[in-house]
Design a protein around this ligand. Sequence first.
Ligand SMILES: [Zn+2]
Length: 114
Amino acid sequence: MHEMALARDVLRKIEEEWSRVAGRGSRVKYVKVQLGESRFTHMEELKELLADISKGTIAEGAKVEFEISKVRSACADCGTEFKPGEKMNLNCEKCGSGNIQLTGGNELIIKAVK
Ligand SMILES: [Zn+2]
């Protein structure tokens, strides 16, 4: 299940970040996660799963806030940035090139842990 794998990734990142800033022994109270919108489909489900798998870890009971970053694309040929439509493999709006790179929407970054 997609959301479950993502929840595990988020938790692992929280634990990594927490051991870096606070070491062992204390618990996370608050987390802010920057998450690309292409990574998930059901935010509520993700939150529930994350709360569930956090039980017994340093992140148990932590308030988790998500900052969602939008999907963006850029043309590798002319550099034009645009928001892709429904289809991810559309051509450049400006020069028509099919050489498109995803430049946003795939983030998974722990922005803050307290
Ligand atoms: Zn272009």
